[in-house]
Design a protein around this ligand. Structure first.
Ligand code: FES
Length: 237
């Protein structure tokens, strides 16, 4: 549907205080107007009590992730014109407790990184020289393919296992594990796979691929999960 500027959209926002959804009419003046701009318009002109998170407004901090018309996305990066609809539904991320309106408690998501021990352990922490992975190496290329996560939680929200099984590590943490397992500068390397190849680790992934579809950085999370499962199979054999 082509949108002739300016136009007006109706946005429906999930409200916790109201116990239901609330709708607001918001003017859209530019092709570049983002969903976050609409939320800011609501808060500044229509209802200052609407709760939502944002910080960088540049797709870097990941704090503005919500569900827009049924799909996880960054509000600051989603142009309203690109949605091809005059009706926009905005809901909080799934699989996470809602604090207020569109604000979720991200603690369960961040806990997955801690549970998966997804932090680099330097092989030689006293070495002050730069440790470089050869740019042409297969491992470096795989790591670069999976790099760039802004920890927005969109993949965790879209993953059906994350919502139905709270202990599941989820796509973002497992992607981090994969990157570390491939990183030859990491002391644990492939050994760290022993820590996640259990009940709530990568093998629980059913490969539906929702994580890759919603990732705002377009990281091929599902492909990464396949790579991780392959590494796990090799380690176990
Ligand atoms: Fe930082 Fe949207 S506000 S990613």
């Amino acid at each position: 549907m082509s949108q002739h500027l300016p136009f007006e959209v109706t946005i429906s926002i999930s409200r916790t205080d109201e116990g239901a959804r609330q709708t607001f009419n918001v003017p859209v003046a530019s092709q570049a107007t983002r969903v976050l701009d609409a939320l800011l318009f609501v808060r500044e002109h229509l209802d200052p009590s609407v709760g939502f998170r944002f910080s960088c407004r540049a797709g870097m901090c990941g704090s503005c992730a919500v569900v827009i018309n049924g799909k996880e996305a960054l509000a600051c990066q989603t142009a309203i014109a690109s949605l091809n609809s005059r009706e926009i539904s905005i809901s909080p991320l799934r699989a996470l407790p809602v604090i207020r309106d569109l604000v979720t408690d991200m603690a369960p998501f961040f806990k997955t990184f801690k549970s998966s021990h997804a932090a680099l352990k330097a092989k030689n922490p006293d070495n002050r020289l730069p440790q470089v992975l050869p740019p042409g190496s297969t491992r470096r290329q795989l790591i670069e393919r999976q790099n760039g996560c802004v920890t927005c939680g969109a993949c965790y929200s879209a993953c059906e296992w994350s919502s139905s099984r709270p202990g599941y590590l989820g796509p973002a943490a497992l992607n981090r594990v994969l990157m570390l397992a491939l990183d030859e500068r990491d002391e644990d390397g492939l050994n760290r796979l022993d820590q996640i190849g259990v009940a709530d680790g990568a093998l629980r992934c059913h490969g539906l691929g929702n994580c890759s579809v919603v990732c705002p950085i377009e990281i091929p999370l599902s492909e990464g999960m396949d790579t991780l499962k392959g590494l796990l199979a090799n380690v176990g054999s």
